[in-house]
Design a protein around this ligand. Sequence first.
Ligand SMILES: [Zn+2]
Ligand SMILES: [Zn+2]
Length: 308
Amino acid sequence: MSLKLTILGCHSATPRTFAHPSSQLLDINNQFVLIDCGEGTQTQLRKYKIKFSKIKHIFISHLHGDHYYGLIGLLSTFGLLNRKTELHIFAPAGLKEIINLQLKLSKSWLNYPLYFHELTSKKSELIYEDEKIEVHSIPLRHRIYTNGFLFQEKTRERKLNIQAIANYKEIEICDYQNLKNGKDFVLKNGNILTNKELTLKPPNPLKYAYCSDTAYTEEILPIIAKADILYHESTFLEQHTELAEKTKHSTAGQAATIAQMAGVNKLLLGHYSSRYKDENLFLEEAKPIFDHTELSFEGKEIEIFSKT
Ligand SMILES: [Zn+2]
Ligand SMILES: [Zn+2]
């Protein structure tokens, strides 16, 4: 299994010629998930040659315009393209009302099934799962109700410890699945071999954590711990720490501190304020705190693969 992330937009507030508001495409084994949908997302999807019809799920973090103003346009385009497949949108309560009002007043309708899954919980919860992945909400600290999202490969079954199993002739191939499922093995003499003796821990599941927009909060640490990639907003630099706290955003240094404390593999910075002309300043601030930091930029692609 692999997760491939494409950054479509990673700037805050208004769209500009070379700066697009938040949106990302996550390709999970050729199933496309759209994360946030700032204005112009559909033209970014075109630019990076992403097939619209493969998008089945959209996750919206919050109802500030730079995270969803592109949605009604994209939904309408899906309709014009004669989409028939279901679309599921996970978003804070209220988005359904907004979209339905836009459709109603323009006397428009969509010819494909559209399902809203409205989020209201202030605690992390499992909001989606299928046979391959699960998605958990990450409650964030922002001016309005906001969630990040943790996309996680399902925990795989335990691996057989063939060397240990070879010591017991009674264990046959037909017993292997029970062992992989975590069951102990009972010998004919009644003795029990614990599952731990006969199997090995499965590899850690792939994890991608998306956290935008948020003020510095350590409450997210248990949820994002050990993620392969963490996207954490860094709207400001340290010189504007007070402004970051006032507007409930983070600095690059704060994002790096969170990455370091959570023990993630890689940090992606983004949601940059337009007040800074040189985005390398974000990197310079973050790297001394957390070395495995990279800047997001529009068109950037990152792919991670299941561990074996
Ligand atoms: Zn924003
Ligand atoms: Zn916001």
